[in-house]
Design a protein around this ligand. Structure first.
Ligand code: SF4
Length: 251
């Protein structure tokens, strides 16, 4: 698909998704031609989407990146969620050789030492497995919300990911955190117990801390870095292609 046609389809989809509820948005994407994959980190937003996919038996694959550094609570929630909704969550792992190379160059926890070392770790533990998860995929569904950070304040319902050659769908773009919590309670959706201990955003264990009252939702992610726009590269195209040279062609 050309850049122009990808952008045109994303714009048309964005307009169609706007007036639908969550189940309607996901059903629309499930009915499109081409594979749709939802990547979950098992965070509260992602649990809302997984529940909607499972409850409505939608033809959307669910995948997660098992980085090797996740919290035990997150790992346990993968199986709990599969059982709750009778679905398969496909695990994608880093390559052993990549981890060995990383540890040899930077050390196991080298990500604390520099932004470059941190991006390299996210590259091998997240971005390369993500590229495999998105191979041949037309629609990539995520749990991004506008309220999560200033960096995500303009998140659309659908956008062209030109580097990966697909359309990214963000069906919770307009949901606020209060709506998320109310929905989870009403639907008895299983969530990570860490959310109740001050972790609104949960990533790898060594790179996530609880936040203090009044801090932004993602302040506990890579908290030692002095950059308000810090991300792991999953949702920042420029970062992706600079961290993983072949990431754009892999999808
Ligand atoms: S979040 Fe931390 S441990 Fe996880 S991949 Fe990125 S740098 Fe590595």
């Amino acid at each position: 698909m050309t850049t122009q046609s990808l952008e045109a389809e994303a714009k048309a989809l964005n307009d169609r998704l706007e007036s639908l509820d969550l189940a309607g948005r996901l059903a629309l994407v499930a009915g499109l031609e081409g594979r749709a994959v939802f990547t979950t980190s098992l965070g509260i937003e992602d649990q809302v989407i997984t529940a909607a996919i499972g409850t409505n038996r939608l033809d959307i694959e669910v995948a997660t990146l098992k980085t090797g550094r996740l919290f035990n609570e997150t790992v346990a929630l993968i199986e709990e969620t599969e059982e709750a909704y009778d679905i398969l969550i496909k695990r994608y792992f880093p390559e052993k050789a990549d981890i060995e190379d990383y540890v040899a160059q930077y050390g196991m926890n080298g990500f604390y030492e520099s932004v470059e070392a941190r991006h390299a770790c996210c590259g091998v533990r997240k971005l390369k497995p993500l590229a495999r998860a998105l191979e041949g995929v037309s629609y990539w569904i995520t749990g991004l919300r506008r309220g999560q950070s200033g960096n995500r304040a303009t998140t659309p319902y659908a956008e062209a990911d030109l580097d990966r050659g697909l359309i990214k769908i963000n069906p919770l773009a307009d949901w606020d955190i209060e709506t998320i919590h109310a929905h989870v309670a009403a639907e008895a959706i299983p969530v990570n117990p860490l959310h109740g201990r001050g972790y609104p955003s949960i990533g790898c264990e060594p790179c996530t801390r609880a936040i203090k009252p009044g801090e932004p939702e993602r302040a506990g992610r890579w908290w030692w870095e002095n950059d308000e726009k810090r991300e792991c590269g999953l949702h920042v195209a420029e970062a992706t292609s600079s961290i993983i040279p072949n990431a754009s062609s892999a999808a």
